[in-house]
Design a protein around this ligand. Structure first.
Ligand SMILES: Nc1ncnc2c1ncn2[C@@H]1O[C@H](COP(=O)(O)OP(=O)(O)OP(=O)(O)O)[C@@H](O)[C@H]1O
Length: 329
């Protein structure tokens, strides 16, 4: 896996929203929801994406599946530039890139039976498959996610949240995509159900060799499923590291504070002692700080940080981090 060419390459990605309205607004009336973001993803790999609310995680997810216009940078999938495709060109790509959303019930059409919901992507994207074969595949997929043919003719409202998310996963995976993007797939579910869905996703990933982007604000969940983790703040990448390294010895002051603020993560004894909780408010995204975007809340920040945005640097342990006070490898 180490030497394989990335399935997904994201380079200097930028997504902006127009901001209408009142003072204060940024110079061009644009909110930079995702800014200068870089990462790679390989087949079979899971990249967890974490960050506080408003850090740009969902915007990134939507941009990667063509639901949000990209303003800058490039997205390459399987060697093909997919940055600015129109709707029609996106269609065949839906065989390869699928998304699962946060609210399981809301993301399923209430007027369709489960059989139709799960079969629909196959019908649209693989019209050559016969009705009988399609039905067979739908039943097999339902069984794979822990449901059965007895559920085929039922409607979404007849299911629990966890079951609805299983249906959402079945609908996404029935076309056998290469990349699955999960945007907060378990945050609406009870904790016990969360674990079942996470384990299901891990099993399916192994089975199908899926690349997974897993977005969540719950660090314990991300820790459980990810190989690598990307930490975002105000649209920017703060740190990107292997899962073990990130949770055992985070580098960026933002990551340290994020971990220290999370009740469910177990830090090393030294890090427990130095616990530096996240304090202060996130600055207005329409009027971000001029230098490092984290400077206004960072315990290490000085004048330089407030003036100049740091570049992302590669550290000796392989972590990439954007902080003036973290050295190069
Ligand atoms: N349609 C939109 N129009 C204008 N601004 C938006 C829009 N959608 C999101 N934003 C803003 O873009 C920024 C990033 O939002 P986004 O939802 O991507 O963050 P997030 O990390 O997914 O947050 P959450 O965890 O709360 O879902 C936020 O400042 C948000 O207010």
């Amino acid at each position: 896996m180490e030497n394989a060419k990335p399935l997904l390459e994201v380079r200097r990605l930028g997504v902006q929203y127009p901001v209408r309205g009142r003072w204060p607004w940024s110079a061009r009336g644009r909110l930079r929801a995702v800014d200068e973001l870089n990462f790679n993803l390989r087949a079979g790999e899971t990249l967890g994406i974490v960050g506080e609310s408003g850090s740009g995680k969902s915007t990134l997810a939507r941009a990667l599946v063509g639901m949000q216009t990209v303003d800058a940078g490039a997205v390459t999938f399987d060697g093909r530039n997919i940055t600015k495709l129109d709707k029609k060109s996106w269609r065949p790509l839906r065989r390869d890139i699928q998304i699962v959303f946060q609210d399981p019930l809301a993301s399923l059409n209430p007027r369709m039976t489960v059989g139709r919901i799960v079969g629909e992507p196959l019908k649209t994207l693989y019209p050559e498959i016969s009705t009988a074969d399609r039905e067979g595949k739908v039943v097999a997929m339902l069984e794979r996610v822990g449901l059965s043919r007895l559920h085929l003719n039922r409607y979404p409202h007849e299911f629990s949240g966890g079951q609805c998310q299983r249906i959402g996963i079945a609908r996404a995976l029935i076309v056998q995509p290469k990349l699955l993007i999960c945007d907060e797939p378990v945050s609406a579910l009870d904790v016990s159900v969360q674990a079942q869905i996470i384990n299901l996703l891990k099993d399916l990933q192994r089975e199908y060799g899926l690349a997974l982007i897993f977005i969540a604000h719950d660090l314990a969940v991300v820790r459980h499923i990810s190989h690598r983790v990307l930490v975002m703040y105000m649209g920017r990448m703060m740190e990107q590291a292997d899962r073990e390294i990130l949770f055992a010895s985070p580098s960026h002051p933002y990551t340290k504070a994020l971990l220290a603020s999370a009740p469910s993560t177990d830090l090393s004894p030294e890090d427990q002692r130095d616990r530096q909780m996240l304090e202060g408010e996130i600055p207005s995204p329409t009027n971000p700080p001029p230098g490092c975007v984290f400077a206004t809340r960072c315990p290490m920040a000085d004048e330089h940080c407030s003036r100049q945005a740091p570049h992302v640097r590669l550290l000796a342990n392989g972590t990439a981090a954007a902080c003036h006070y973290l050295g190069s490898a």
